[in-house]
Write a protein that binds this ligand. Sequence first.
Ligand code: C2G
Length: 131
Amino acid sequence: MKRVITYGTYDMLHYGHINLLKRAKELGDYLIVALSTDEFNWDSKQKKCYFSYEKRKQLLEAIRYVDLVIPEESWDQKVTDVKEYHVDTFVIGDDWEGKFDFLKDEGVEVVYLPRTPEISTTQIKKDLNAK
Ligand code: C2G
């Protein structure tokens, strides 16, 4: 069974997120999503989520492509995660191109997928404020 992992905040879930998760699942048989906790988002990404971790986790678990959701609490957990979950492939959007190539040293395939254009949580918030 080929195991794939990806990481993200996934706030205000939208079709760009779904496109990523769909393509990630197509790379294997089992997809793990490491979901950024509220604390990690705020402390490390200066992101304040609209939905709490629990709500974002609930939404992700309802997606047919997602098999397991685990918390992302630090930038450094990826090396231990890929070992602990016997991951074959790490995948993330190409806005992160090159940033996680160190995982290749753990024998993990690293894939950067093109982002879906014109949609982002930031854009949604901007558009709603403009109304
Ligand atoms: N994404 C996408 N197309 C968009 C928006 C997002 O493909 N229009 C992808 C991102 O590239 C990422 C995933 O959807 O792979 C989740 O996006 P975010 O929630 O913005 O994740 P991010 O804040 O980039 O967190 O350790 C890595 C970080 O946790 C990644």
